[in-house]
Design a protein around this ligand. Structure first.
Ligand SMILES: NC(=O)c1ccc[n+]([C@@H]2O[C@H](COP(=O)([O-])OP(=O)(O)OC[C@H]3O[C@@H](n4cnc5c(N)ncnc54)[C@H](OP(=O)(O)O)[C@@H]3O)[C@@H](O)[C@H]2O)c1
Length: 350
């Protein structure tokens, strides 16, 4: 077997960085060659620098790896970024400028017209913006991004319905798990026994990214889909998993049974289905009256599938449904990892 591609994780000590480390530990294409984080962590052993907040332990082979500074001198060709947006805005271009392929989870570059915002099953064709990015920025490397955690779940469920029935209105109400705020995140006295009806910037991100992902993008021209999106974002006392209830309006109104059939049949393009982290069934439709639920359904297909249920008629728009997405797997590290695998499949990272 050919040797694995050396990769680095930027922000490796955070909630999403740890997921990257967990998912990359036994990866068939990639091997972790460096872990980088803030000055606070640099120079320390990984297990010592990071407070491990996900199940299990840091991989034994990486416990002693010294955490690097966020400098573009890491022994890798591909870097996965789990940095806060304000840090990513400075650090990611320095890596792309030094020739690295950057798969970013941060929002810093998601809305730039020459930076692909990609969910492989939904809009893998938007990757062609990389060539425009080369022309515009002159970097030998590049940046690609994956969407916000809630957007990922919403758009995976909407994509097949949009293709079949032409979506024009989305009303979404999110109930987002606490790990979505990173570590230490929301103080326990704010989140326990409570619901916080505000997540800064989240509603705007979900609306914009939904239109971008379901729109067209080629040659630095992004055309957002003409869909009205109204979002209420809420933080709830669940650890992992975002639950989102939606009402949807279409140009051609489907029956619930038609919608369920389309959702169940959904598969990404063949090149995506064969990627190591791709779920066999990207959308899992639940028949039970009371599913999906975050605790029971967030791990569907190793956390890479979106679970959908309660598909029914809506008395105001056309259809209603509930979805659950694992925010740090499919909505963050797993989504970026799948983007990295797609880059290898396309020969954009060798
Ligand atoms: N959590 C989710 O569900 C989720 C989902 C989708 C997208 N995202 C995005 O993913 C990114 C990471 O989120 P997270 O939840 O993992 O955050 P987090 O737990 O706060 O981790 C942040 C990471 O960035 C490093 N860092 C923080 N401030 C820094 C600075 N000033 N300079 C250099 N490094 C710094 C930290 O290193 P130290 O440990 O050394 O401080 C840590 O490794 C964010 O952009 C977030 O919006 C998160």
């Amino acid at each position: 077997m050919a040797s694995k591609i050396p990769v680095a994780v930027l922000g490796a000590t955070g909630a999403v960085g740890q997921r990257f480390v967990q998912l990359l530990a036994e990866h068939p294409l990639f091997e972790i060659a460096a872990l980088a984080a803030s000055k606070r962590s640099a120079g320390r052993g990984y297990a010592d620098a990071c407070r491990w907040v996900i199940p299990g332990d840091p991989p034994a082979s990486l416990r002693e790896m010294l955490v690097s500074k966020l400098e573009p001198n890491l022994p890798a060709r591909l870097v996965f970024s789990a940095l806060p947006a304000n840090v990513a805005r400075d650090v990611e271009p320095r890596f792309a400028g030094a020739g690295y392929a950057v798969c970013s989870n941060a929002s810093a570059f998601r809305y730039e017209p020459d930076v692909p915002l990609v969910i492989p099953e939904v809009n893998s064709e938007h990757l062609s913006l990389i060539f425009a990015q080369h022309k515009v920025r002159g970097w030998p490397g590049f940046i690609i991004t994956n969407p916000n955690c809630s957007t990922t779940g919403i758009v995976m469920a909407l994509k097949p319905l949009h293709d079949a029935f032409c979506l024009n209105k989305v009303f979404a109400f999110t109930m987002q798990g606490a790990s979505g705020a990173g570590y230490p995140g929301v103080p326990s006295l704010d989140i326990l026994d409570n619901v916080i009806p505000y997540i800064g910037g989240e509603e705007e991100k979900i609306a914009r990214e939904t239109r971008l992902l379901l729109g067209d993008a080629s040659d630095v021209k992004q055309r957002e889909a003409e869909i009205k999106v109204s979002v209420h974002a809420n933080r709830v006392p669940v650890i992992d998993g975002h639950t989102i209830t939606m009402s949807l309006g279409f140009e051609r109104k489907p029956t619930p049974d038609e919608a369920i059939e389309i959702l169940r049949a959904f598969h990404g393009p063949a090149e995506v289905q064969s990627l190591p982290s791709a779920p066999k069934q990207p959308i899992v439709v639940r028949d039970e009256d009371d599913r999906p639920q975050p605790r029971r359904d967030r791990d569907a297909e190793r956390g890479m599938a979106v679970s959908v249920g309660r598909v029914r008629e809506c008395p105001i728009l056309d259809l209603q449904m509930v979805i659950v997405v694992h925010n740090t797997v499919r909505g963050a590290a797993g989504g970026a990892l799948l983007n990295g695998e797609l880059l290898v499949q396309r020969g954009l990272v060798k």
